[in-house]
Design a protein around this ligand. Structure first.
Ligand SMILES: [Zn+2]
Ligand SMILES: [Zn+2]
Length: 241
């Protein structure tokens, strides 16, 4: 068979494969995907269209100058988020956390950095610290999604990750069933810093979803008490309280 006939045949077989096994968007099932994408461009732009910065202390959106109108007297630590914890972002996070599509973590982390690049450049974090899961949850899920995201963020920003710096020293109740005050109480003293923190470390704390912020603030407290400095935080989504 002539080579141009062979390539024509291969082209025909590829078209047939695409026809028989079309790659549809994981979220809307309405768009065919190019290459190895899992989610279509339209769903991504809906999911990440509300990227903004929050105040770590009170959870309110921050102004342009990283100022919080509710926490005027204290140093504000911004939390970069991609959007609200609702579909399609919520569904993308679910596919990442519970359905084995770990590849989505890479896309989420990349979009988080791209959408907040000015804040990253301004605050220049040089050490990534993921919010840990306790060992029971880690065994059940098999991976810590915050650590996966932190790993990708640190690679893209070319900064160091300290995956074991913060550990969960005791089991806590499931936060989703607790109100604002009980969440803070539930987490009090739950984290321990296990390593010496370099004096020039500018830490970015990373978690998947920011709800009341109790978990992040407890991580911040443990790090600050150990002499470390947190300059910013990041989460994929912010959930309504
Ligand atoms: Zn889609
Ligand atoms: Zn505030």
């Amino acid at each position: 068979m002539a080579s141009n006939q062979k390539s024509l045949l291969r082209f025909g077989l590829e078209c047939l494969a695409d026809f028989v096994f079309p790659q549809l968007c994981l979220i809307c099932s309405g768009e065919y995907l190019a290459d190895d994408a899992l989610v279509c461009d339209r769903c991504w732009s809906k999911a990440t269209g509300d990227s903004h910065l929050l105040c770590l202390s009170c959870g309110q959106p921050l102004g342009d100058a990283l100022s919080c109108e509710y926490c005027k007297d204290s140093a504000v630590i911004p939390v970069a988020v991609l959007g609200h914890y609702q579909d399609p972002l919520q569904e993308i996070i679910h596919q990442f956390k519970y359905s084995g599509y770990s590849r989505l973590g890479g896309s989420l982390a990349k979009k988080l950095i791209d959408n907040h690049i000015h804040t990253f450049e301004r605050l220049r974090p040089n050490l990534t610290v993921p919010i840990p899961l306790d060992s029971y949850r880690l065994r059940r899920r098999g991976f810590n999604q915050a650590a996966v995201l932190s790993d990708i963020v640190s690679k893209r920003l070319k900064i160091v990750i300290a995956e074991q710096l913060l550990v969960k020293s005791r089991k806590t109740k499931d936060q989703t069933r607790l109100d604002f005050e009980r969440r803070a109480e539930n987490l009090k003293g739950a984290f321990t810093v296990t390593e010496r923190i370099a004096p020039d470390a500018k830490i970015i704390l990373i978690d998947d979803v920011f709800t009341t912020g109790a978990t992040m603030r407890e991580g911040l407290r443990a790090i600050t008490e150990a002499g470390g400095k947190v300059v910013m935080a990041a989460a994929i989504a912010v959930a309504d309280r």
